[in-house]
Design a protein around this ligand. Structure first.
Ligand code: FE2
Length: 279
């Protein structure tokens, strides 16, 4: 199948919507600790926004990604993208949080991918720097998911991980120059694995850790440096157990960069130490 969208359209992660069975507690956590503010709500959702990051909380189960929204720097790309996707996936209009300018389609796991008008950066927000940059899911069908994102959506494969029997463990996929805006891991069930905020420098990572410490929110994993993507990181967990990553120095790749192949090596996940929590 030919690659469709991203041969000439650059898309970055604009916002994500995650399900939760405890919307009030989650809203409290994200407003206090991720410096997000209320934007709008509906019967079953609340939309929150902070400095370069937007999040929608939707009533549902814990640790499930309902949708993620990709935006182009050029508003005119929405219509172009929809035209390119027509005939390959079923596209539908969107509504709800953060407006209705765009369209959506679903992946093999039923996660909705929205192509949206880029958000206006919130320059008035005083929270710590952290741009919503990537989201990662686990899937029981990593081969089908990886193929869909490469061949139908048209993302480029940056790195992939194989099990000892050479079956596919993980695919890291980019929709612009940054190493990955989306990744899929093999899992026992389909869940949200984590999402990440990219900061400006290592001191920002330190400041975020100090910030979480004021809430007695302990680091779940890290600090370390991922071998895949080469980014500095640590993670905390929200009230639902979703992992929230603070990152810096994520690799930037050229369009024709060859995909990197990794085996079951701790260095893929953490160059600084074993990834005992993740593997
Ligand atoms: Fe990550």
């Amino acid at each position: 199948m030919r690659k469709i969208m991203l041969q000439d359209i650059r898309l970055h992660l604009d916002h994500i919507a995650i399900e939760t069975p405890q919307r009030a507690a989650m809203q409290e956590f994200y407003c206090a600790q991720l410096d997000l503010s209320f934007v709008e709500d509906g019967a079953d959702f609340v939309a929150l926004e902070g400095r370069e990051r937007r999040l929608v909380l939707v009533d549902g189960v814990a640790q499930k990604l309902r949708y993620f929204s990709l935006a182009s720097g050029d508003e005119g790309d929405i219509g172009k993208a929809r035209g390119l996707m027509a005939g390959h996936v079923e596209t539908t209009d969107i509504s709800g949080a953060f407006g209705s300018d765009g369209f959506c389609f679903t992946d093999p796991d039923g996660i909705e991918i929205r192509i949206v008008k880029p958000s206006v950066p919130n320059k008035t927000h005083s929270g710590l720097p952290g741009r919503l940059q990537h989201v990662v899911v686990a899937s029981t069908q990593p081969v089908e998911m990886g193929a869909f994102y490469q061949n139908t959506v048209g993302m480029r494969l940056s790195d992939y991980v194989l099990e000892e029997d050479d079956s596919l463990m993980a695919s890291f996929l980019r929709s612009d120059a940054e190493h990955h805006s989306f990744a899929v891991f093999k899992g026992d069930i389909a869940v949200l694995d984590h999402f990440s905020m990219e900061t400006n420098n290592w001191n920002d990572v330190r400041d975020w850790a100090d910030h979480f410490a004021t809430f007695e929110t302990q680091i779940f994993w890290g600090p370390g440096r991922h071998g895949i993507g080469n980014n500095l990181f640590f993670m905390v967990q929200d009230p639902d157990g979703n992992k929230v990553e603070i990152s810096n120095e994520l690799d930037v790749l050229k369009d024709d960069a060859e995909a990197g192949k990794w085996g079951q090596d701790y260095k893929a996940y953490n160059l600084w130490g074993e990834a005992t929590i993740r593997l």
